[in-house]
Design a protein around this ligand. Structure first.
Ligand SMILES: *Cc1c(COP(=O)(O)O)cnc(C)c1O
Length: 410
């Protein structure tokens, strides 16, 4: 055997039984089989074997199991981004002629997907007002196959009555798919959040999680997951995932696996900082509204309390118990011009202008809500609007930064 060949077909096998905190990065397109029979019989669907890199490796199977653990799910598929995970649910579970209902304050790119690709493929959609359960109920028709849910809404952070929305979907026997990026498996249990008439506690049918956010935590990885407790839906999701060829990088899987152990601590630390910043913002006359589910004056605050802060009570401006993610939105007084809002954003030093959230660095994005919403209270659309994502900096420094930026526009 020539050295080139011997290098490739080397006989050495490292000993088994290596145990350390993190699993190895297993990279593969090809996976070897000992014989033809094994090649024919191996099953990746139930994770009892490996057949091809796209169908799973020890690294991706491990990450899938940990995401299941986090969300209380039984099955998981991984996607190259949170948006791809949203797309995957639609591709796997819908067909031409179906209709889906989407909350008006949903993650924007989901709405774009419905308006373009899904519409082209004969899948129609309606937007519903998630703050009016009856609005959802009256829109469900014979073609309605699935209802998307998001708690709280993207950008405006109104908190819907998830239990009421889920009960309506169940009555009408339509599938429920939740974008659980905000709750992240920490703020509430998506598969066990509503008691039915028999006191059985159940939840949504399918959950999507942008692992890009808390599970990664670094602002440097894009990934998404779809989880479910239902075997029938899992089969459709996995087969469709296989046919579409969505793969994720093993190195990215490793980064998420490495960040998961600190996720709970990061979530609570960023939550606490975010409430401290919100408290300060409530005292600033430049802001007409501070939107954050734990702020008692924020839309749907009581629903957040029911779902994420059971038992706690407080008459302060911000509820201190429960869990909430690190997003906070601010509506400026209508007397503050858009040019001043832009100057405010440009004046910030620690807060960077950038999309995404749940990383170490605090971010700000200005939004023009009027072009984003069909249903919104008139006052919400008045005045400049920004969303803050609180990172891991000391909250005092973030408050100083916001304070100097406010001075810069006064
Ligand atoms: C970021 C985000 C997504 C999309 O995740 P990407 O990985 O950026 O594609 C979906 N839903 C919500 C609520 C998000 O915040």
């Amino acid at each position: 055997m020539k050295p080139d060949t011997a290098l490739i077909h080397h006989a050495y096998q490292p000993p088994g039984g290596f145990v350390s905190p993190q699993i190895a990065v297993h990279k593969a397109s090809s996976v070897f089989f000992p014989d033809v029979q094994a090649m024919r019989e191996r099953n990746w669907l139930d994770k009892t074997g490996y057949t091809y890199g796209l169908h799973g490796t020890p690294t991706t199977f491990t990450l899938e199991e940990r995401i299941c653990q986090l969300e209380g799910a039984k099955h998981c598929v991984l996607l190259p981004s949170g948006l791809a995970a949203l797309a995957q649910v639609n591709l796997a579970l819908l067909k031409s002629g179906d209709e889906i209902l989407i909350p008006d304050n949903a993650y924007g790119p989901l709405k774009s997907l419905a308006e373009a690709e899904l519409a082209h493929w004969g899948i129609s959609h309606q937007y519903y007002d998630p703050m009016q359960a009856q609005d959802l109920a009256q829109r469900i028709g014979p073609q309605t196959r699935m209802v998307w849910l998001e708690v709280p809404g993207s950008v405006t952070l109104e908190f819907p009555d998830l239990a009421a929305l889920l009960r309506i979907c169940r009555e009408h026997k339509v599938l429920t798919a939740l974008d659980n990026t905000w709750g992240a498996g920490i703020a509430f249990a998506p598969f066990a959040c509503v008691a039915d008439a028999n006191h059985d506690v159940t939840g949504v049918d399918v959950c999507v999680h942008a692992l890009t956010k808390y599970p990664s935590g670094g602002g440097d990885v894009l990934m998404g997951s779809v989880t479910t407790c239902r075997d029938d839906l899992a089969r459709s999701l996995k087969l469709s995932h296989m046919r579409l060829g969505f793969g994720i990088s093993a190195n990215d899987a490793e980064l998420v696996l490495r960040s998961l152990p600190s996720m709970g601590m990061r979530y609570s630390a960023q939550d606490a900082s975010c409430r401290q910043v919100a408290q300060w913002c409530l005292q600033q006359s430049a802001f007409a509204q501070v939107l954050h589910p734990a702020v008692t004056s924020s839309p749907g605050h009581v629903h957040w309390r029911d779902l994420c802060a059971a038992g706690g009570a407080s008459d302060a401006a911000i509820h201190s118990g429960g869990a909430a993610a690190s997003l906070l939105s601010l509506r400026f007084q209508p007397t503050v011009s858009q040019a001043q809002v832009d100057r405010f954003c440009n004046s910030l030093k620690l807060f960077k202008l950038g999309f995404s959230w749940a990383g170490p660095i605090s971010l700000i994005v200005p939004y023009a809500l009027t072009s984003m919403r069909h249903y919104a209270p008139a006052d919400l659309l008045q005045g400049g609007f920004v969303r803050l994502a609180i990172g891991l900096e000391a909250p005092e420094d973030l408050i100083d930064d916001l304070s100097q930026a406010l001075k810069a526009i006064s």
